[in-house]
Design a protein around this ligand. Structure first.
Ligand SMILES: [Zn+2]
Length: 181
């Protein structure tokens, strides 16, 4: 990961108030909703990733990771939320919307965010191994594309990252138990 991003992440996690120009209370409120979605994935023994899309203070799309239960590469939280939001807006453009997602989006979802022209993305915790909103690369901020999204990271970051850690801990335990039996 880029050292600058690492430092930024650290700073944001330690001091969320260092985020400027954003309504922290509102961000946390909607991140809680994204976490609620993530818990639905967790209940299905899926990696707990959740997402909501907000338009004028209203949630217009929700989604959670269902990749394994649906046996579908495309069943990421963000894509499901985008699909639902587009249906609601009757538009493929999601201008004026904000996406809240518990984990940094992958290359596919970051691509979809740019395609949907979502102007702002709020991320819980970063994903150094697969994230494409700053970790491996930042697809949300490429001047070569016709759209860039503003990014806020580290909103309820501890909670989001602890949820992932717990999931992988339990997954390893389940796999160990399976091997034994
Ligand atoms: Zn994704």
């Amino acid at each position: 990961m880029d050292q600058n991003i690492k430092n930024l992440n650290k700073e944001l996690n330690q001091n969320p108030a260092s985020r400027q120009g954003t309504d922290i209370k509102k961000d946390e409120k909607y991140m809680r909703e994204a976490i609620r979605q993530a818990k639905k994935a967790y209940a299905l023994e899926e990696a707990p990733i959740g997402c909501v899309i907000v338009y004028r203070d209203k949630i217009i799309g929700r989604g959670y990771n269902r990749r394994t239960v649906d046996k579908n590469t495309l069943a990421h939280a963000e894509l499901t939320a985008i699909r639902k939001a587009c249906r609601k807006m009757e538009d493929w453009r999601l201008e004026e919307c904000t996406m809240y997602v518990t984990l940094e989006p992958c290359q596919m979802c970051s691509g979809a965010i740019v395609q949907a022209r979502i102007p702002r993305v709020v991320v819980g915790c970063m994903n150094p191994k697969a994230g494409c909103a700053g970790s491996i690369l930042n697809l949300l901020d490429m001047k070569e594309f016709n759209h860039q999204a503003d990014l806020t990271i580290g909103v309820l970051g501890e909670e989001c990252s602890e949820m992932m850690k717990q999931f992988f801990r339990e997954l390893r335990e389940r796999q160990k138990a399976k091997k034994k039996s």
